[in-house]
Design a protein around this ligand. Structure first.
Ligand code: GLA
Length: 549
């Protein structure tokens, strides 16, 4: 959680903007609510020379040291003295996003071709040492334009302004991108950071969901962007939300899907759009996304600060179990997402109206794993009201673009049994398998999901949506962190040839289509389920995976 200048200021910010924003975070009690990272984005650099990167001191005067060299230490010291943390920004290539996308900015790197190469390429260790060991940052956002936008046919490359880099990312075209090479670059940087930094800073990977980054970034960073840049429109916000929401089986403590900075306070989420601002906040909260504010903290209204600072919403986002909410249903403009909280009998539920018409949205208590017809409690975290209820259904009428964010407490149907929905943070797509070449359309291909096939079709059993099934791509490996806390796992595989390993030892490899298997797992830390590989068929289903306590 924190603040980043990009959505409010793009490249037009300076030290003063950063300090005023940090002070505002503290004064507005947003820092106290958890927003404690104050980050820089693109635009802080002047040039690279033999000693490393020189900071643009016309924007960051405190960076100019008496000996004429530059350092962000005075700035990070100031942030740390305020009880905050500090983040910096770089690129995995030679050059950066602004050098391609903001060509008219006065804040671009200056000098020769080599001096303007301020990205990490060939300098990971040197820059990592500067960022963490020397300057004292706690976080780095690592962008990827340097390996996407400097192909030999680019105008500025042909003119000799920038060095040519054959792209590892071709936007929108996974088959033309080079995920392995890209992963290797991020891996190398992550390793050098580990070797130079005293602590373990956060590495935020910013490759916009391209080159299969969402499938491997968790090995090298703590957050990874799942889509292109958010804009302050309802449509863009939904698009970015949808890029992350189906990926619950990739997230968990220390590894998070990042649908991008928040647009609360900006454009279609400003003072005249408080319903939309609350909805946007609810959606990021329920899918356990990073909460990076990016509005002008010194100008926004108290209503906006109140939405950003809602402690109950933040508690849902930051719940220690680390579960990303799972999509329970999606029909037209109505969507329901459920996030199991650390307290077994409490679930956060987002009832989302994505459209322009009012909607009635409901969810059955049994779908939340609660006994119907028993007493239950609903806490609405936006209205801060609590309701005792009986019945079988939670129902709300929602205004256009409204999201109701609820914490529902009930009686668990079977306290000894857990479904995948109740523990997505423990289930991880460790190795994504088969990928179709250049998936098109709006639906992203996702190697492992609860209730859905990788291509986005829902899984049905006996004609009903099977929210307990897990769909995986052929050849994928799921790792389930059982931590010796369960007695048994019950599986109903839907095809032959699955393999099961417990702590690296093969447990079963049977012809098991349609059969039920019960495994004794009391002594097992990690259970690996591997779907059969296939060159053509592209998805398999583990029906009804259940965990017995
Ligand atoms: C890319 C990133 C953005 C921002 C800009 C800065 O577009 O995705 O988040 O950092 O670069 O130039």
């Amino acid at each position: 959680m924190g603040w980043n200048p990009f959505n409010a200021f793009r490249l037009n910010y300076d030290e003063n903007t950063i300090i005023r924003s940090a002070e505002a975070l503290v004064a507005l009690k947003l820092a106290g609510a958890g927003y404690n990272y104050v980050n820089l984005d693109d635009g802080w650099w002047l040039r690279r020379d033999a000693g490393g990167i020189e900071i643009r001191t016309n924007l960051f005067p405190s960076a100019l040291l008496p000996d004429g060299t530059t350092s962000f230490r005075p700035l990070t010291d100031r942030m740390h003295a305020m009880g905050l943390k500090a983040g910096i920004y770089t690129d995995i290539g030679f050059n950066t996003c602004s050098q391609h996308w903001d060509k008219d900015s006065p804040n671009l790197p200056a000098g020769s071709v080599a001096q303007r190469e301020v990205g990490l390429m060939d300098h990971g260790k040197q820059d990592g040492t500067a960022f963490f060991a020397k300057w004292g940052f706690d976080y780095v956002k690592v962008d990827a334009c340097g390996v996407a936008d400097y192909g030999p046919d680019q105008i500025d490359v042909r003119s000799g302004r920038y060095r040519a880099v054959p792209p590892l990312i071709v936007r929108g075209r996974p088959s033309a991108s080079k995920p392995k090479e890209l992963a290797a670059l991020y891996g190398r940087f992550a390793n050098s950071v580990r070797s130079v930094a005293g602590s373990s800073p956060i590495i935020a990977i910013c490759a916009w969901g391209e080159a299969d980054v969402n499938d491997w970034a968790g090995r090298y960073g703590q957050t990874w962007r799942t889509s292109s840049d958010i804009r302050a429109t309802w449509t863009s916000m939904l698009h970015n939300f949808d890029s992350a929401a189906p990926r619950a089986l990739f997230a968990g403590p220390g590894r998070w899907n990042d649908p991008d900075l928040l647009e609360i306070g900006n454009g279609e989420f400003d003072d005249s759009h408080l319903t939309e601002a609350r909805a946007h906040m609810s959606m990021w909260a329920i899918i356990a996304a990073p909460l990076m504010l990016s509005y002008d903290l010194t100008r926004a209204s108290p209503e906006i600060h109140k939405i950003a600072g809602n402690r109950e919403v933040i508690a849902i986002n930051q719940d220690p179990a680390g579960n990303q909410g799972v999509i329970l249903s999606q029909e037209g403009d109505r969507e329901v997402i459920v996030k199991q909280l650390a307290h077994r009998e409490a679930k956060a539920v987002a009832l989302i109206n994505r459209g322009n018409q009012p909607q009635n949205i409901e969810v059955a208590l049994t779908d939340l794993g609660f006994l119907p017809s028993a007493n239950f409690r609903i806490r609405d975290v936006w209205t801060a009201t609590e309701e005792q209820a009986t019945g079988t259904i939670v129902r709300r009428t929602l205004a256009p673009h409204e999201t109701a964010l609820l914490v529902v407490q009930g009686t668990t149907i079977d306290a000894n049994r857990m479904t995948p929905m109740e523990m997505p943070a423990r289930i991880k797509v460790e190795e994504p398998g088969f990928k179709p070449v250049d998936r098109g359309g709006d639906r992203p291909w996702i190697a492992g999901r609860i209730g859905y096939h990788p291509d986005g079709r829902s899984i049905t059993t006996n004609g009903e949506f099977d929210k307990q099934a897990i769909g995986v791509a052929a050849g994928s490996r799921l790792r389930i962190a059982l931590s010796r806390e369960f007695r048994k796992v019950r599986l109903t595989p839907a095809a032959d040839g699955y393999e099961i390993y417990g702590d690296g030892k093969r447990v079963r490899a049977l012809q098991m289509a349609g059969s039920h298997i019960e495994l004794d797992v009391a002594a097992i830390e990690n259970l690996d389920l591997i779907a059969p590989a296939s060159a053509s068929a592209n998805d398999f289903v583990w029906g009804q995976v259940e965990f017995i306590l």
